[in-house]
Design a binder for this molecule. Structure first.
Ligand code: XUL
Ligand code: CO
Length: 438
């Protein structure tokens, strides 16, 4: 087995919609300018370490199915280095700019806090070299406070302050590493920050501990001069039954309560959005409206399954609707599209990793082109503006005038004998309009 697992693959290039090769981009043309910005700068694609390089293809009924050389031997320093080298080589082959990692994804496993810091430091030295060698960058880093048995009852919401302190050590290490590697952001996904049963849970204590944890992370970020964004990734449940970061609106309430709404933004994952009973575009629109839109984990769920299947995105419609919201948000500042997606357990070939990513990159790029065309067409935005036009008129202004009371508005409705007629929301017309651009 060659040291470079991806040696037999060529770099993926743009070949247009009529391309004959299955491993070419048909829509992602990184230098093409869309709405005044290069596609690469709009979309800021990232490959994730965990699903693509760390997951062996196991599930709860069976062992790993993937033959990745760095996963087949003992989990030692050599295996960790091979994994990192192959990961960065893969990102270069895809010709996308970024990757993302958890501390434990990139380092040799550790048994103690001191060993954790030492092994992470080795990994960061190597990643720094690899970033140079392959010309790739870090979109965001994070710490895994959910896999090790010590975190079964949470990290920042664990009833035991010693586990909290261990988690703080990991986050300090991962944030410092992200800063040193020039990362654009730092993510906290609280997979086990929640509870299983109220019978053993002190909700108020856990929320206060979690708020304190996040405040300490923000304080540390400023102390070390990290200019990137701190991001919370909402998810309603799985693995925990009730997760505190349920969705964007819940996270906003939490940030407000602890005075962090101007310091922390959200990393929105498509499959988490649908698990919380929302659409992907709802979560994006809510984050933009609340001023906390940061970054995206791109993937999709399965219409029949109620769990986080993390499949590669492949719906042009879903991505078109999502990209409309990203454009309305003014695009990313330091966020990007991280593929928090994994190939299926039967997709055992190295080539499957390319098919997954190439298709997903193209579907997002197509979403961008469609959304830009819809916005340039203007009919969608014009209808929405027209629907709310009354609010720029006399009555709308009166409602918002500070001196106006509820009684004033009620009296006006009586005095003017208001008999407002229902108006069509034109949903079917707008749905048809979207479909004409897909
Ligand atoms: C889990 C998930 C994580 C975070 C990073 O559902 O999305 O991979 O993105 O911890
Ligand atoms: Co994610």
């Amino acid at each position: 087995m060659s040291a470079d697992y991806f040696a037999s693959f060529d770099k993926i290039t743009y070949a247009g919609p009529e391309a004959t090769s299955e491993l070419s981009y048909r829509y992602y043309d990184k230098d093409r300018v869309v709405l005044g910005k290069r596609m690469e700068d709009h979309l800021r694609f990232a490959v994730c370490m965990w699903h693509t390089f760390c997951w062996p293809g196991n599930d709860i009924f069976g062992a790993g199915t993937f033959q990745r050389p760095w996963l087949s031997g003992p989990a030692d320093a050599k295996a960790a280095a091979s994994k990192r080298a192959n990961a960065l080589s893969f990102v270069e082959k895809l010709d996308v700019p970024f990757y993302c990692f958890h501390d434990v994804d990139v380092m040799e496993p550790a048994n103690t806090a001191a060993e954790h810091m030492a092994h992470l430091a080795d990994a960061v030295d190597h990643l720094e070299e690899l970033q140079q060698k392959h010309g790739r960058k870090l979109l965001w880093g994070t710490a895994n406070l959910f896999s090790h048995p010590r975190f079964a009852a949470g990290g920042a919401t664990n009833p035991d302050p010693e586990v909290y302190a261990f988690g703080a050590m990991q986050v300090r290490g991962a944030l410092d590493a992200t800063h040193r590697l020039g990362g654009s952001g730092y993510v906290l996904w609280g997979g086990r920050e929640g509870y299983e049963t109220l019978l053993n849970t002190n909700l108020g204590r856990e929320l206060d501990n979690f708020g304190r944890f996040l405040s300490l992370v923000v304080e540390h970020k400023h102390k070390i001069g990290f200019k990137g964004t701190i991001l919370i990734e909402p998810k309603p449940h799985e693995p925990t039954k009730h997760q505190y970061d349920f969705d964007t609106a819940t996270v906003y309430g939490f940030l407000k309560r602890y005075g962090l709404e101007n310091e922390v933004k959200v990393n929105i994952e498509a499959n988490h959005a649908t698990l919380s009973g929302h659409t992907f575009e709802h979560e994006l629109a809510m984050a933009t409206t609340l001023g906390i839109f940061g970054s995206i984990d791109a993937n999709r769920g399965d219409h029949q399954n109620g769990w986080d299947t993390d499949q590669f995105p492949n719906s042009v419609e879903e991505l078109t609707l999502a990209l409309i919201e990203v454009i309305r948000a003014g695009g990313f500042t330091d966020g990007g599209f991280n593929f928090d997606s994994k190939v299926r357990r039967q997709s055992v070939d190295a080539e499957d990793l390319f098919h997954g990513h190439v298709g997903a990159i193209d579907v997002v790029a197509r979403g961008l082109l469609n959304a830009a065309a819809l916005i340039e067409d203007g009919r969608l935005d014009a209808f929405r503006a027209e629907r709310y036009a009354g609010w720029t008129g006399e009555l709308g202004q009166l409602v918002h005038a500070p001196a106006t009371s509820l009684a004033d508005i009620a009296d006006l409705a009586i005095a003017r004998d208001l008999r407002p007629a229902p108006k069509s929301g034109k949903q079917e017309r707008l749905e048809n309009l979207i479909n004409r651009f897909i």
